[in-house]
Design a binder for this molecule. Structure first.
Ligand code: H2B
Length: 94
């Protein structure tokens, strides 16, 4: 998987308005109604991540999940990060 260019990253970020670009990664804080909702969402995301073989860095505190996405094998952002971010957004919205 190839690292995205700055122009490609900028294009993807238009579709991910809740995400913040920070160096070699993108970040978003997800807030849920309680711990069960947060952990339920994490469980759904875990299945998607495993299917993609692309895994998030994340931290859960009660109803909040802080997520950072980057492709370690590529040393930066790839299409996989953008795809996983979009899947996370969709699952949080449903
Ligand atoms: N997840 C992420 N975020 N980046 C990777 O480079 C990555 C991964 N690589 N999940 C995969 C697993 C790799 O380490 C295994 C061996 O396929």
């Amino acid at each position: 998987m190839n690292k995205l260019s700055d122009a490609e990253i900028a294009e993807h970020m238009k579709a991910l308005p809740e995400w913040e670009l920070a160096e070699d990664r993108i970040k978003r804080t997800f807030r849920f109604k309680d711990f069960v909702a947060a952990f339920g969402w994490m469980s759904s995301v875990a299945l998607v991540a495993e299917r993609m073989n692309h895994h998030p860095e994340w931290r859960n505190v009660w109803a909040t999940v802080d997520v950072e996405l980057s492709t370690h094998d590529a040393g930066g952002l790839t299409e996989l990060d953008m795809k996983l971010a979009a899947e996370m957004d969709a699952l949080a919205a449903s």
